[in-house]
Write a protein that binds this ligand. Structure first.
Ligand SMILES: NC(=O)c1ccc[n+]([C@@H]2O[C@H](COP(=O)([O-])OP(=O)(O)OC[C@H]3O[C@@H](n4cnc5c(N)ncnc54)[C@H](O)[C@@H]3O)[C@@H](O)[C@H]2O)c1
Ligand SMILES: [Zn+2]
Ligand SMILES: [Zn+2]
Length: 367
């Protein structure tokens, strides 16, 4: 058992503490990585404030990139020294949903998502003999992590890992939502409510798909400015009458509205701004058990609302796809990063995200 530094959360609403954690060697089907970078996603914050209920103590961080340093038994798709992005979902290729072509629903993802463990229900982290949980089976706010080999996507060295890490969650989710929603294409209008890491990626994805009108909605003027740089054709102040502003901009409402915040009120707005036949794609994660009141009249205009997990993406197909767009200068990953911070400043990054400052903070644990 080796020791390394990591940021531990002991209880809901507590501050993260940097401690020396014990990390076991990878077991069969797992690899150890040296974490190079880990983006901070709102879902990490949701674990702190109790919107998502993870067992404690837990190491957060689930948007990671690193270098493979040790292979568990039977791992043949990776080698020591490979640069990888760690995808949220293992995408095992073998379960019911992977076989149905929906690897973002991979049944192997469940222990990581619900129990913050590895696939077998245990974890590789401990502190003074006490078990420590690993958010999404990743736990990348630490110098090293043991993760499922199936979750690792080799990315080479064309994009710095400090940027590529965003593909582990937020960027793949946002861009994937645009790429994998067939309704988004040339001549359509798309609204994106919430222009944080996920929403800005959705805006870039919609631009790449050729959407004619991309309306960015946020309460933060700085995010709206960035949204314009990344592809929004219009912006709307989320603190005002969003429905009226979108009606004015489109006439009948938008073809597709992507919600990337997770508030009941903004999901309701996503429903209200649709044209007849329009589709609301809900990425944002409200508290479990919350109910969304939608006006029934919209059903008789054939409006639809769909949930969206991990952008409907297959990480092994879609991470390389986004990186190709990055390589061609079409997807600006670098513009989405507000600041890179060392592990010691992870709490500062969390406080900034809680105050909605900046697009994406990236923790660089080994700096
Ligand atoms: N479904 C999935 O697979 C998946 C994956 C990743 C993240 N998520 C969820 O997506 C959501 C967004 O994540 P993120 O990391 O981009 O968050 P973020 O905090 O970076 O972005 C949220 C944005 O919403 C804006 N905002 C807040 N209240 C608003 C309002 N009333 N009107 C308009 N704008 C408002 C903020 O200014 C901010 O720019 C979260 O709920 C997260 O948990 C879901
Ligand atoms: Zn996330
Ligand atoms: Zn599967």
């Amino acid at each position: 058992m080796k020791s390394m530094r990591g940021a531990i959360l002991r209880d809901f609403d507590a501050k993260l503490e940097i401690v020396d954690l014990e990390l076991e060697a990878p077991r069969a089907g797992e690899v150890k990585i040296d974490v190079v970078a880990s983006g901070l996603c709102r879902s990490d914050l949701s674990c702190i404030n109790g919107t998502l209920k993870s067992p404690m103590p837990v190491v957060l961080g689930h948007e990671a990139a690193g270098i493979v340093s040790e292979l568990g038994e039977g791992v043949s798709n990776l080698a020591v020294g490979d640069a990888v992005v760690v995808a949220l979902s293992p995408a095992c290729g073998d379960c019911l949903f992977c076989n149905e072509g929906a690897p973002n629903r991979c049944l192997k993802m469940i222990p990581g998502m619900i129990g913050s463990t590895m696939l077998d229900g245990s974890t590789r982290l401990s502190l003074g003999g006490e078990q420590v949980y690993q958010l999404c089976g990743v736990a990348s706010f630490a110098e090293q992590a043991v993760v499922c080999a199936m979750s690792c996507v080799k990315v080479g060295d064309t994009v710095p890992l400090e940027q590529a890490c965003l593909l582990g969650c937020g960027v793949l989710t946002g861009a994937g939502a645009a790429f994998n929603t067939p309704e988004i294409g040339p001549d359509v209008s798309v609204a994106v409510i919430g222009c944080g890491g996920v929403g800005l990626a959705a805006i870039q994805g919609a631009r790449i798909e050729g959407a004619a009108q991309i309306i960015a909605v946020d309460v933060d003027p700085a995010k709206l400015e960035l949204a314009k740089v990344l592809g929004a054709t219009q912006t709307v102040d989320g603190g005002g009458d969003v429905r009226k502003a979108i009606r004015k901009a489109t006439g009948l409402g938008v073809h597709v509205c992507i919600e990337a915040i997770g508030h009941v009120s903004t999901i309701e707005t996503a429903w209200e701004v649709l044209r007849p036949g329009g589709l609301a794609v809900v990425i944002g994660m409200p508290r479990a058990g919350e109910k969304i009141p939608i006006r029934a009249g919209g059903l008789f205009q054939e409006r639809r609302m769909a949930g969206c997990v991990y952008g409907g993406a297959d990480p092994h197909r879609d991470i390389p796809r986004v990186l190709e767009h990055v390589g061609r200068g079409e997807f600006q990953l670098d513009r989405m990063i507000t600041e890179e911070l060392p592990l010691e400043r992870v709490q500062e990054a969390i406080d900034s995200l809680a105050a909605s400052h900046g697009a994406r903070h990236v923790i660089v644990p080994r700096s």
